[in-house]
Ligand binder design. Sequence first.
Ligand code: HEM
Length: 405
Amino acid sequence: MPETAGFQLGDLKNSQDPYAILEAARAKSGAVFDAGGSWLIFGHAEGTEVLRNSSTRSGFIADGFRRRLPAGAAQDEMAHRINFLDPPDHTRVRRLVGKAFTPRLTASLRPFVETIVRDLLAKFPEDEPVDFVHDFAHEVPSLVISELLGVPVRDRDRLTQLSDQVSRLLGTDNTEDEMSNAIVGAEEMHETLRALLAERRAQPKDDLLSALLAAEDEREKLSETELLSLAATLYSAGHRTTRDLFSNGLTALLPRPDFIAAIQGGELPVAAVVEEFLRYETPTHMIGRMLTEPLEVGGHKIEPGQYIGVLLAAANRDPEAYDRPNDFDPWRWTRKPEPPAPLSFALGAHFCVGASLARLEVGVMLEILLQTFPKIRLHDAALSWHHTGVFRGVDSLPVILGPRS
Ligand code: HEM
C-alpha cells in the first residue's frame, strides 16, 4: 500500500475524522498523488477518468486473495467475487446478474420495503433511546436482501453474522483473529448457500437465486464456485453498505431541524437528501484498480500494472466538483446545474449492481421515519466510527424517537 506525503492509509483506519486527513493530503499533493510506482487519486474528475477507462482492471485483487488465503470457501469467494473479476469472466457474470436483477425487480420491492419499515417502527418506544444502527438501519436491508435472494427466515441471522465475518477480508491489515474467523465463517456460509441453491434447482421459486439459476443458458454459465461467490457477495453487499449509508447520513441530518422540516413540508425532496448522504458520508471510501494501457491523468502518466487507490470519499469532497464540499447540504441537488454524481457506487464496468435498490431502501426508510416520528433527535452526540480501510460506518446511533405523528 502506498504512503503519501503526510499520511499512510492505515491512518484512515485509525481516525475518527478521515476527511480531515484526506483534505490535508489533497492540499499537499493535488488530485493525483504519485507514490513512486503506485497512485492515490483524490480528485473527482481524475477518479472518474480512471474508473471509466476501458483498460481498468481489478482482477489483481482476486489474485492477491488467491495467494494469501488457504484453499477453501474463503479463497473461492474472494477469488471469484464479481467486483474482482476482469473480462471476459466479468462480462459474462455481470450479464447474467443483469438478466436476473432487473430495475423492475427492484421497483417491485417498494411495497415490501414500506411494510417492513412501518412494522419495525411500530415496535419502538417513543421516549427511551433506541440504537438505530442495530435495530433499524441494519434490520431493513438485511430483511430486504434475504427476501430478494430467497433466504429463508431460519437462515437469516446466521448468514448475516457469517457474511460480516467474511467481509472483514475486504478491509486492509486484518488481524489473525479476523482472518481465521473469516475462513471458518466462509465454510459454513457456503454450506448453507449450497443447500439453498440445491433446493432452488429442484424447486424454483420467485426469487433472485432461482432467477440466477434460470438466467444461465448454453453460452453463458456460472460455475458452482462463481454462483456461491455471487450469492454470498449479493448477501453481504446488500446489507452492510446500505446500513452504513442510512446511519452515516442520519448523523449529519439529525442535527439539522431546518432540513428535517423542509423534508416533512415536501420542499426538500427525499431523493436529494439520499444523494447528499451518498456524497457526504459514503460507506465505501476506497477501491483499488490497475490499468492494462498507459493513461495520462491530472498531468501524470500511470503505467500498466501500477496500483491505483481511488479514494471515493475524497473525490466526493473535491472542491473542484462541489461548492463548499465539507458542508452537508442536500439543497445542492435541487440547484441547476446539478453537481456531478458522487462516486460512491463507483463507475464503469463495476458500477454497483444494487445502486437503485440502495437508493430505494434509504429513501423509503427516511421518508417513513420522518413522517412517523417528526421530533426524532440524537440522544448522544458523541459518536464512534469504524473504518476497515475500505468501509466506514458509525458504530451505533442512539436516538430518542419522540411522539408518533
Ligand atoms: C449504499 C449502498 C451501497 C454502496 C455504497 C455500494 C457501493 C459499491 C461500490 C463502490 C462498488 C464497486 C466496487 C468495485 O468495483 O471495486 C459496488 C459494486 C457492487 N455492488 Fe454495491 N453498494 C451498495 C449497495 C449494494 C446493494 C444493495 C447490492 C446488492 C443487492 C450491491 C451489490 C453490488 C455488487 C454485486 C457489486 C459488484 C458489481 C460488479 O463488479 O460488476 N451493492 N458497490
